[in-house]
Design a binder for this molecule. Structure first.
Ligand code: FAD
Ligand code: NAD
Length: 405
């Protein structure tokens, strides 16, 4: 008899957590498990801002998927998911087609550009390991070209970060720590470097605790960041960004480096596959299934789970993706055993910590506000915890942030 086939799409936080839990709880003969990912490695999306700023080597941010999966229980396919055909229980990959009995979609996020002109052509983004690496290489190249050229072009040393959400702020925290070293390497006066953060909302980190927001803003300002608040980016050009200053006034901020960190949407595979969605995120049922499809689970940044207190979906985070992966694995195991009584997903929010470089941070953990060393320590604990949940102590020892003090 053919074994039921479980196909997991995406080897990020949600997908790997699902696979790791499935391989622990399901016997070899009970099901065929297939994991599809476009790279042979998993990268820590939550550390990408460090690779982008050059404060962490790209290789530190990733680990091999083959090292995590059980070879007899899980088949790994490195390929690109093009489309899901849920009516036929099929997935179209770049090189072949796969059928499934149960599907878990965990393909993560893509950058949201809101149709703003010029962003796709001229801005860099922190969306995967290669795009993060490109930012560091681009900044390095601008600094070395500046040093070598006779007629200095000051815009080479100007960097605009679009968006002061968690991604923008965490990237700035790394960048301001990296600049002194970069300047020393290229014999450049640090005073010449300009770092701008442009935010559309009336505050940095909209929605976060105002006292902590103020702390973060002050730390970054002290290290040279100039904030443009309540100032949406309207257009991105070769010269920099055009911002709306209100009352019909605009300003061009000239910079050779523009990093767009102003929002995410789900994966475009969701839209191509015809699932009901808002910005490529699917409002899943209480068991994390796509409406109308009992055999398709959607988790992580491609899913939207309502927070009943705010009446808005929870923000997409690694924390929620991993909790969803754990639950889906449990529910699939139950289904395989003929138990159709599925568990409901309830998000257990343990808090949020936003780093401000390696040595500083702000956060709310278990309801308590923390800043400085305490918060920074907690951030490293969280980073190590996600490694532990996927690869145990071995992965923490290999890839973890073990320099805690
Ligand atoms: P991901 O972990 O992004 O994984 C998606 C996987 O799918 C990737 O391996 C990708 O290569 C693969 N993939 C994508 N498209 C295809 C395709 N077509 N075919 C095949 N494979 C594909 N959240 C927190 O909780 N805490 C934090 O501190 C935090 N920090 C962050 C810092 C940064 C800089 C960023 C950008 C995000 C941060 N987040 C944080 C958010 C968090 O990273 C995401 O919510 C989380 O990664 C979502 O998990 P996921 O499993 O849905 O997707
Ligand atoms: P976000 O949507 O949280 O923030 C984007 C910011 O860009 C917002 O403040 C928005 O007002 C601003 N913006 C939008 N359009 C703009 C424009 N035209 N001009 C200027 N500013 C504009 O996106 P993010 O920061 O990439 O975060 C994505 C998800 O990842 C969130 O759910 C976040 O919680 C999560 N995340 C968490 C952490 C952490 O926990 N430490 C770190 C990074 C990301």
């Amino acid at each position: 008899m053919n074994k039921p086939k479980i196909v997991v799409l995406g080897g990020g936080y949600g997908g790997l957590q699902t696979v790791v839990k499935l391989q622990k709880s399901i016997r070899e003969n009970d099901a065929e498990i297939i994991l599809v990912n476009n790279h042979p490695y998993h990268y820590e999306t939550t550390w990408l801002h460090e690779a982008a700023a050059g404060t962490l080597q790209p290789d530190r941010v990733r680990y091999s998927i083959e090292d995590i999966i059980h070879p007899r229980k899980v088949q790994f396919i490195q390929d690109t998911v093009e489309k899901i055909i849920p009516e036929e229980k099929k997935v179209q990959l770049g090189s072949k087609e796969l059928s499934y009995d149960y599907l878990v979609v965990a393909l993560g996020a893509e950058v949201e550009t809101f149709g703003i002109q010029g962003l796709k052509e001229h801005a860099l983004t922190i969306s995967n390991l290669n795009s993060a690496r490109k930012i560091n290489e681009h900044i390095e190249k601008e600094f070395s070209t500046y040093q070598a050229e006779k007629e200095k072009v000051d815009e080479r040393l100007s960097i605009v970060v679009g968006g002061a959400g968690f991604t923008g702020i965490e990237f700035l925290g790394e960048l301001v720590n990296r600049i002194p070293k970069l300047c020393a390497d290229h014999q450049i006066d640090p005073q010449k470097v300009k770092i701008y953060c442009v935010e559309a909302a009336p505050t940095v980190l909209p929605g976060f605790d105002p006292e902590l927001v103020e702390y973060a803003k002050k730390v970054l300002e002290k290290k040279g960041v100039e904030f443009y608040i309540g100032t949406p980016i309207k257009e991105c050009t070769k010269e920099g960004v055009l911002v709306d200053k209100g009352n019909g006034e605009t300003e061009l901020i000239q910079a050779n480096t523009v990093v767009w960190a102003a929002g995410v949407r789900g994966n475009s595979v969701i839209e191509k596959s015809g699932f009901e969605n808002v910005r490529a995120r699917v409002a899943v049922d209480p068991h994390l299934r796509a409406p109308g499809y009992q055999d398709v689970f959607i988790i992580g940044d491609c899913s939207a789970v309502m927070n009943k207190e705010t009446n808005r979906p929870y923000p997409p985070t690694a924390q929620i993706a991993m909790q969803q992966g754990k639950l889906v694995a449990k529910n699939i195991k139950n289904l395989l055993q003929g138990n159709n009584d599925l568990e409901t997903f309830v998000f257990d929010n343990k808090g949020t910590v936003c780093s401000l470089g390696e040595d500083d941070a702000i956060g709310v953990v278990f309801g308590k506000k923390i800043t400085g060393f305490k918060a920074s320590f907690m951030k490293k604990v969280i980073d190590n915890r996600s490694l532990f949940l996927i690869g145990g102590v071995g992965l923490v020892l290999k890839k973890g942030k073990l320099k805690m003090f």
